[in-house]
Design a protein around this ligand. Sequence first.
Ligand SMILES: [Zn+2]
Length: 156
Amino acid sequence: MADAVALGDDHTTFIQVEGMPVLSRAAIQLHTAGIVSSIQDGQPGFVSDDYLNAIAAETTTTVLELEAAGMWERRDGGYLIVADEMVKVAIDFHERTDRQEAECARRGKHLPPDGGSESGWVICGHCGIPLKRSDGGPVALPDGGPLGPDARQKDS
Ligand SMILES: [Zn+2]
């Protein structure tokens, strides 16, 4: 939950994203994380109370901010994401990635990247899954497989 800890922390930095009201960094992070989670939950655009309760950080203030900005609306059991432009983009991205990963799996291998890598990271030129990385995190399983286990995570 290292990522979630950062959620809701920062109410002092405000960011203007094009097409969105001015929001705190915490609100933008929660908005983005909520969208991703809503898609993973199979309810795109709906952020459940269960998800919000599961986040380590305190989210009440952040949710109020998103409500006040007209981005989220209260519904039974959670919040509807009213500003759903990002939901559409995220769903498109999600579906495209799923499809391309499936194509790699059928092909039985990932494709080499377009350019060289100076960073120590190599990602599949087709689906974008990491093949080599410098931080020790998960890479694609052999034969065009999905992302493997994260060797950095122990016991949890
Ligand atoms: Zn691939």
